[in-house]
Design a protein around this ligand. Structure first.
Ligand SMILES: [Ca+2]
Ligand SMILES: [Ca+2]
Ligand SMILES: [Ca+2]
Ligand SMILES: [Ca+2]
Length: 294
């Protein structure tokens, strides 16, 4: 009997508390994204909608919603926060935006792991609004994180002069392109320059020099403006006639690409004999030095 009494008293006070303590209740009613798969560092548009579901209490002021990247579907404030938005005061039983979904563009972390991951929102993440229910404020949706797939090309290769003797220098003007429209390279990579007896350049040709190219965004060139320029020396052993200099982007295969078979470019160069006989050049020098010694 005593127990029933206290139970009834308890119910009475809970009922009183609910009546006296009217409060808003914020929810995220919509959380969708386009595209549904994206590479690390890529952009995703979130379509969201926020509701104050309480029939009688407004929020009394603006509040914030935060958007997160998470490796699981439960979004908490320890997940990776990507953006925040301030939402204006919401009247009882009203939505933001009032008539359709809102949109916000998020950038996936560069470190996002390939596979099924989650983007989510927490309304009033910093708890500025006291609500009748604080445990229904988050919502998440799955996204497939896909691997980066840049495509490197050598878009320009010009040699000056177009003929040279063995052991002398030529200037190569070059330009490197990441031709993929959505994937950055994610890191720097190496480009090598070669001498070859034929127009097909491979890593077994004679490597002349290498350069490091910084990370390239989607559809980005290196250099960003104009051509790069590098000086190389024709091997002393180069054979007279039509030979080739070439470039291989990512020659040491550090970047996984959509197409690994379009990374080379070559340009012909004519290897010419030394203009004058060594005797003509060196004989006076030898004579001169001999005379000085006397
Ligand atoms: Ca709530
Ligand atoms: Ca709250
Ligand atoms: Ca390529
Ligand atoms: Ca590659």
């Amino acid at each position: 009997m005593k127990c029933i009494f206290f139970f009834c008293i308890g119910i009475f006070f809970i009922g009183m508390a609910e009546k006296c303590y009217a409060a808003p209740d914020l929810l995220v009613t919509s959380m969708a994204m386009t595209p549904s798969s994206q590479v690390p560092g890529g952009e995703v548009v979130i379509h969201y909608r926020i509701l104050n579901s309480d029939d009688t209490s407004g929020t009394g002021g603006s509040f914030d919603v935060a958007f997160y990247y998470s490796t699981n579907s439960t979004i908490t404030t320890v997940d990776t926060r990507l953006a925040t938005l301030t939402i204006p005061e919401l009247a009882p039983a009203s939505y933001y935006p009032s008539s359709s979904n809102g949109q916000i563009t998020l950038t996936l972390p560069e470190t996002a792991l390939v596979g099924t991951r989650y983007l989510g929102a927490i309304v009033d993440y910093n708890n500025e609004i006291t609500e009748s229910n604080e445990n229904n404020n988050s919502r998440s949706a799955a996204i497939t994180v896909i691997p980066l797939s840049p495509d490197l090309l050598v878009s320009t290769m010009i040699i000056t002069p177009s003929s040279q003797v063995p052991g002398e220098e030529v200037t190569i003007r070059y330009r490197i392109l990441n031709s993929d429209s959505s994937s950055a390279t994610g890191r720097s990579f190496d480009v090598a320059f070669y001498y070859s007896t034929n127009s097909t350049i491979t890593t077994v040709d004679t490597q002349l020099t290498t350069i490091i190219v910084p990370e390239l965004a989607a559809n980005a060139y290196y250099p960003a403006e104009g051509n790069g320029q590098i000086t190389v020396t024709i091997p002393e052993t180069a054979i007279m006639g039509l030979r080739y200099l070439g470039v291989i982007a990512d020659y040491n295969a550090n970047i996984a690409e959509d197409n690994e078979n379009n990374n080379t470019r070559s340009t012909a160069i004519t290897i010419i004999p030394t203009v004058s006989s060594p005797w003509v050049i060196f004989t006076p020098v030898i004579l001169g030095s001999t005379q000085l010694e006397e």
